[in-house]
Ligand binder design. Structure first.
Ligand SMILES: C[S@@+](CC[C@H](N)C(=O)[O-])C[C@H]1O[C@@H](n2cnc3c(N)ncnc32)[C@H](O)[C@@H]1O
Length: 359
């Protein structure tokens, strides 16, 4: 395995600063991708979807992230009860300088599911202060939102160069792997994204990320996971008085109508329910059919009482996250807890004997 080089090819292959790279094949490409996720998890066009051995209808979470969904998400993350965002920002205010010092010089940063980049900005500010000439790629699913984030970020920095990367995680990593970017990578999964799944699925996703996202022995990933074990705090964070979470989830179902080109989902047909489950502790939302719901064009026939899952939020504490990392062949080289919340930040590298080959 080789060490990354800093070379001239890199500079000439960079996109223009502040632009958004289309890694997904445009509106058509991203829409096809959403369609195939819906085929697999909601419509079951081939087989039943059985994430834990039992059939389950699920709205894939990327459907939540259209322009309206991301706007609602920005509002949710500003609610005083939604401790996750404030807690992570506080973490960066506290430890950002230390973390920034662990980012290799001239690294390529990839923010997997960047959202409104508020947390990443807290880290980028420290990198700017250190004069580390990193390239920051903000990867997410909505192009207009990425353009908006670029407009906010780029005027702030001289050393840090920012780019948007439009597509799914797979699209974004495939695009990066095609570039002549022989630089160390620093991946970021902020806001409990990777690791947040049924245990074995979470391990599978992490393993896949290790093989596609890591190329050098100096590559690292900062991963955050909410390990809160107090069910009352968790409940309050998902059940706000203004009903923003409900609007957010229902908006995802309306988005699926547009992707499928059929109005199979109508608000009035479905109750909205939140549930806390133990072993492992998690919160999930389901919609439950009030009436029989049919859509012949999609071959859907849901009897009253049918439940569809959405937005599963697992609360894995450090011991379970460490089991995930070991099973996915990651080695933990750093761990921090946010000052006031049970939010854990792990710095990971591929295990020595599993380290991938350099490109
Ligand atoms: C829980 S939010 C976290 C946002 C941000 N990282 C933060 O901590 O505030 C998840 C983000 O990941 C994005 N996302 C979810 N699934 C994705 C996928 N398969 N590919 C790319 N982005 C995805 C969503 O659009 C959303 O912005």
């Amino acid at each position: 395995m080789s060490m990354p080089q800093v070379n001239g090819d890199f500079e000439s292959s960079l996109p223009l600063i502040g632009t958004v790279v289309d890694a997904c094949g445009g509106d058509e490409g991203i829409s096809q991708c959403f369609r195939s996720m819906l085929d697999q998890k909601l419509l079951w066009t081939r087989d039943q979807y059985r994430p834990i051995g039992m059939p389950q209808r699920v709205l894939p979470s990327p459907l939540l992230s259209d322009a309206e969904g991301l706007k609602l998400w920005r509002d949710i993350t500003r609610l005083p009860t939604y401790y996750q965002t404030e807690g992570e920002i506080e973490f960066f205010n506290h430890y950002g300088h230390e973390i920034a010092g662990m980012v290799p010089p001239n690294a390529v940063l990839v923010d997997l599911g960047c959202g409104d980049v508020r947390k990443a900005k807290a880290l980028l500010d420290h990198l700017e202060q250190l004069g580390n000439s990193v390239c920051y790629f903000a990867l997410d699913l909505d192009k207009a939102s990425l353009e908006h984030q670029m407009g906010i970020l780029t005027p702030h920095y001289r050393h840090v160069r920012c780019f948007g990367l439009w597509g799914t995680f797979d699209h974004g990593l495939a695009w990066l792997n095609d570039q002549a970017f022989n630089r160390p990578r620093f991946l970021m999964s902020l806001g409990s994204i990777y690791g947040n799944d049924h245990f074995h699925d979470a391990v599978k996703s992490l393993e896949q990320l290790r093989t596609t996202g890591f190329h050098h022995q100096t590559d690292k990933m900062l991963l955050t996971m909410d390990g809160t074990q107090d069910a009352a705090i968790i409940w309050r964070s998902y059940h706000d008085h203004a009903g923003l979470f409900e609007k957010f989830i229902r908006n995802g179902y309306k988005h699926s109508n547009r992707v499928l080109n059929q109005q199979w989902y109508r608000d009035e047909d479905w109750d909205f329910v939140g549930l806390i489950q133990q072993d492992p502790l998690m919160h999930r939302f389901v919609i439950r059919a009030r009436v029989n719901v049919t859509c012949p064009a999609l071959k859907l026939d849901f009897p009253a009482g049918t439940e569809i899952d959405c937005y599963e939020a697992f609360k894995y504490p450090p011991d379970l996250m460490r089991r995930q990392f070991a099973m996915a062949n990651f080695h933990e080289v750093g761990h921090w807890k946010a000052p006031k919340a049970d939010l854990h930040h792990y710095l990971l590298v591929p295990s020595e004997d599993q380290a991938p080959m350099a490109i």
